[in-house]
Design a protein around this ligand. Structure first.
Ligand code: SF4
Length: 268
């Protein structure tokens, strides 16, 4: 059996390391990026930079962008109705896979993702290779046992910089922000990208819903929290009776579509 590979790119360090490694290994592949339209401008610019270094990255667009779908549905994605991952990433990838015409001589298409076991206890349980009903193909995770040092080393070896968002303090790259963004990310967003906070505020007003819900420590009570209040909270110190952001599983992580799943939380 002769395999051809699609490399899922997110603009994050792990998927970039994966793309570098695939090229290093001489494995036949194309690079794809599921574009929600809700990424950071920095990430879009970084993808352009990677294209100059590595070659084309196919941008897969959903039928509706994040904001178009949000405004039509009138509700933000959340733990109980997380339409973002499937509608904006998994289904566009599945459709692209279904339509993909294998080059002559190849018999199957395998989706390759840059998941690493050390990122979380849950990811440590992932298999290196498994069938995905979501994308109708096998998924391969060749970086599963890689360390962060390995990831950075391959960037250095090829003279490729990491996404500048990391240097600004962001820990993960993906939707900007992800509905599961942490305290640090919201604070950085408010400090460095106030215009994004303004967009979220406008969308919250248009939908009558908040993007984030905070949870009282030791309770399952989730409190819808307007973005300006979430920003105030993000600047508070840890401890006391402060609220915490709701953490939830992220299929984006499992299929290597972004890096936004919490490092220490449950992610699938
Ligand atoms: S990164 Fe977050 S907001 Fe974006 S699709 Fe994944 S779970 Fe949804």
């Amino acid at each position: 059996m002769s395999e051809f590979y699609s490399v899922s790119m997110s603009g994050g360090k792990d998927s970039t390391a994966l793309a570098l490694w695939m090229r290093e290994q001489g494995l036949p592949h194309v690079r794809i990026f599921a574009d929600t339209g809700w990424e950071s401008p920095v990430t879009y610019a970084y993808l352009d930079y990677l294209e100059e270094r590595l070659g084309p990255i196919e941008r897969l667009k959903p039928k509706e962008s994040f904001t178009q779908r949000l405004l039509r549905l009138g509700t933000w994605p959340a733990r109980s109705r997380r339409w973002c991952t499937k509608d904006l990433k998994v289904y566009p990838i599945r459709d692209w896979m279904d339509d993909f015409r294998l080059p002559e001589g190849y018999t199957s298409l395998v989706n390759v993702v840059g998941i690493r076991a050390e990122e979380s206890a849950k990811r440590a349980t992932f298999r290196e290779r498994e069938w995905s009903d979501d994308t109708h193909c096998y998924v391969w995770r060749p970086l599963l046992r890689w360390s962060l040092a390995d990831v950075l080393q391959i960037h250095r070896r090829h003279g490729v910089k990491v996404n500048p968002l990391y240097q600004q303090g962001f820990e993960r790259v993906g939707c900007f922000p992800c509905i599961y963004a942490g305290k640090l990310e919201i604070r950085l967003l408010a400090e460095e990208y106030q215009e994004r906070i303004d967009v979220i505020r406008d969308l919250e007003r248009a939908t009558g819903n908040t993007m984030f819900a905070l949870r009282r420590p030791g309770s399952d009570e989730h409190i819808p929290t307007p973005i300006d209040d979430a920003v105030i909270w993000s600047k508070t110190v840890h401890g006391g009776t402060q609220l915490t952001l709701v953490r939830a599983p992220s299929g984006c992580a499992r299929w290597g579509l972004c890096e936004t799943a919490p490092k220490d939380g449950e992610d699938v």
